[in-house]
Design a protein around this ligand. Structure first.
Ligand SMILES: *Cc1c(COP(=O)(O)O)cnc(C)c1O
Length: 410
């Protein structure tokens, strides 16, 4: 008899996005003439930059010729891409890495989930709340999160609230945490930490022997000078942190699939007997046994984003999204709403007025202004009383949506 991994049974069927979709469909059926504006899109919408398309066409042609054909590549990624990553994303900021510290993959959803493979099942986990659901869910399936309580919290997860009360700066916990997930710029709140604020977490991790899992998927959206793009800008971080990066939001690769994970040589974790084990060779083992590399075509596409034209083209698209964010932030503030994020991230986190619940506000926004958002409570208990809007839509729609919201509120 084959027994199932019962931890998978603990995961509730995802309800957030299906429930949003259901409500949109019901609305469309009952209001066939209404023109909905979708500001809940959690995916990029602009096409890939031309340099990426050119690089992919070229790589496809190489695959068509026996003399340049590529089969299996290195599980860790091709050196041409790893070297471009090190040079542009790290050396340019004064951070040095050797090639073997970078692991190219098919994206950071997989990596942030898979990293748990090399860590014991009984580590304690900490997350800022609200948060990208993948961190907790991947720990549920390997038995680390415990049980889901009535309050929407998993019993073995330490939730660190980020709300308007603390200006979205998570408070350093009293308790020790073994594995801590940080995502900055943050999805869903769009907020960031300054260098000094992130340094406090690195210092906490060094003091408490905590492993920080730092998701920098939105790094390219940072506009302000004092916001770290990488956790390794903070001294000591190589001893306590793994960093996840993705080409998804940076260069529109959500459908192409490419990301990478940095596991510094200095980084260790303990065995039960206290012996320190370097995590870099352990992750290498995991990747070589269970992953066969991102495709050659994809890695050539990712490499092209680092050329001068590539950088210019990527910036143009990000500027487009961030112009949307600015229009939305100003529009929402003009309508008298409290809004966070949207300055260094493509997300706006809007406080619902008068203690309205996330879902109630979602419904009212849908039916009365014909604008769609995502209920904040779907990202964790501290998301109750907020709604997330994204800047990935079309600019004219953003402008029109703000007009509607202003008219609706007044
Ligand atoms: C979109 C996103 C990613 C990127 O995931 P990929 O699998 O690389 O597409 C990672 N982290 C967060 C928080 C995200 O929102």
């Amino acid at each position: 008899m084959a027994l199932v991994n019962e931890h998978f049974l603990k995961l509730p069927d995802s309800y957030l996005f299906p429930d949003v979709a259901k409500k949109i469909n019901t609305f469309k059926v009952t209001h066939p003439k209404a023109d909905l504006i979708r500001l809940e899109i959690g995916d990029v919408t602009q096409p890939l930059p031309p340099v990426v398309i050119e690089a992919m066409h070229k790589a496809v042609d190489e695959m068509a010729d026996a003399s340049t054909f590529r089969g299996y590549g290195p599980e860790q990624g091709y050196d041409f891409l790893i070297e471009a990553i090190i040079k542009n994303d790290y050396a340019a900021r004064g951070i040095q890495f050797s090639n073997s510290e970078i692991f190219v993959s098919d994206g950071s959803k997989s990596d942030t989930g898979n990293i748990g493979d090399i860590l014991r099942h009984d580590n304690s986990i900490g997350v800022t709340d609200p948060i990208y659901p993948v961190y907790i869910d991947s720990n549920v399936t390997n038995g680390r999160s415990g049980e889901l309580g009535e309050d929407g919290k998993w019993s073995n997860v330490i939730y660190i609230p980020c709300t308007s009360e603390n200006n979205f700066v998570p408070q350093i916990p009293e308790k020790r945490i073994d594995m801590l997930y940080l995502c900055y710029p943050n999805n869903p709140t769009g907020t960031t930490l300054t260098k000094d604020q992130l340094k406090q977490w690195v210092d906490y991790a060094l003091r408490n022997d905590t492993l920080i899992l730092f998701d920098a998927a939105y790094e390219a959206y940072i506009q302000e000078p004092n916001i770290p793009h990488s956790i390794y800008e903070i001294r000591g971080a190589k001893k306590c942190a793994i960093e996840f990066r993705s080409f998804s939001k940076t260069a529109g690769f959500t459908g192409i699939r490419c990301g990478y994970t940095v596991v510094p040589k200095e980084l260790t974790a303990a065995r039960l007997d206290g012996e320190r084990i370097p995590l870099n060779p352990l992750w290498n083992r995991r990747q070589t046994r269970r992953f066969n590399g991102a495709s050659y075509i994809t890695q050539r596409a990712a490499e092209a984003t680092y050329t001068p034209d590539g950088k210019r083209q990527i910036k143009k698209t990000i500027d487009y999204y961030m112009a949307n964010a600015k229009i939305m932030k100003e529009g929402l503030e003009n309508a008298g709403l409290d809004v966070y994020g949207g300055v260094n991230a493509p997300y706006l986190w809007v406080k619902t007025p008068k203690e309205t619940s996330s879902w109630r506000f979602f419904d009212k926004l849908l039916y009365e202004a014909n604008v769609v958002g995502t209920p904040g409570v779907g990202f964790g208990p501290s998301g109750e009383g907020y709604i997330r809007l994204t800047a990935f839509g079309n600019q004219d729609n953003c402008i029109e949506a703000m007009k509607r919201i202003k008219k609706w509120i007044s």
